[in-house]
Write a protein that binds this ligand. Structure first.
Ligand SMILES: CC(C)(COP(=O)(O)OP(=O)(O)OC[C@H]1O[C@@H](n2cnc3c(N)ncnc32)[C@H](O)[C@@H]1OP(=O)(O)O)[C@@H](O)C(=O)NCCC(=O)NCCS
Length: 137
């Protein structure tokens, strides 16, 4: 699992208990997962369909740095299933895991559409100028 996104916890991200507000974290996760799905399915029209149980295992305080990781677990016909983990870089604890997030690939008609993808692609597969894509000299 790649942890691409880091967040620095600021006062506006806190709940009255002085720890990270769950709603802020869920918004970041949904956005991170949507970006992942858009890139993997090569379609900006993806919608969140389903999220499995969310168990907040630990939290974060102002000044902590957290990182969000997403990976694809299954490419369906119109759907993409993802797994997510969020961890605290300062306390070195896992904040939560979500074992199943489902996005649906939508067509221009607003209905689920087959995406035709079957496996994870990487930046080096998508950009001509990625170092991995340079011909061996
Ligand atoms: C997304 C939406 C179009 C799907 O409609 P639907 O009638 O369930 O469509 P389908 O039955 O064709 O299912 C589409 C895919 O979702 C999957 N799916 C449907 N319900 C699911 C569920 N509860 N859990 C997991 N996957 C599910 C199906 O298996 C299918 O995947 P596949 O093609 O890879 O097999 C519809 O539910 C919707 O518009 N929901 C609102 C989405 C939204 O607004 N999200 C933002 C959150 S506020």
């Amino acid at each position: 699992m790649n942890f691409h996104t880091r967040k620095w916890i600021k006062p506006e991200d806190l709940n009255p208990n002085g720890t990270l507000f769950g709603g802020s974290l869920l918004r970041w996760i949904d956005e991170e997962a949507a970006i992942y799905a858009v890139i993997q399915l090569d379609n900006p029209r993806v919608v969140t369909k389903y999220m499995s149980e969310i168990n907040f295992l630990s939290s974060a305080r102002e000044g902590d740095i957290i990182e969000l990781g997403i990976t694809a677990t299954h490419f369906g016909r119109t759907s993409l299933r993802l797994r997510c983990e969020v961890r605290n870089k300062i306390t070195r604890k896992s904040i939560l895991t979500i074992s199943d997030i489902v996005f649906v690939n939508m067509g221009a008609d607003g209905l689920p559409a087959p995406h035709g993808k079957t496996e994870i692609t990487y930046a080096s597969d998508r950009f001509d100028d990625e170092p991995d894509n340079q011909p061996a000299s």
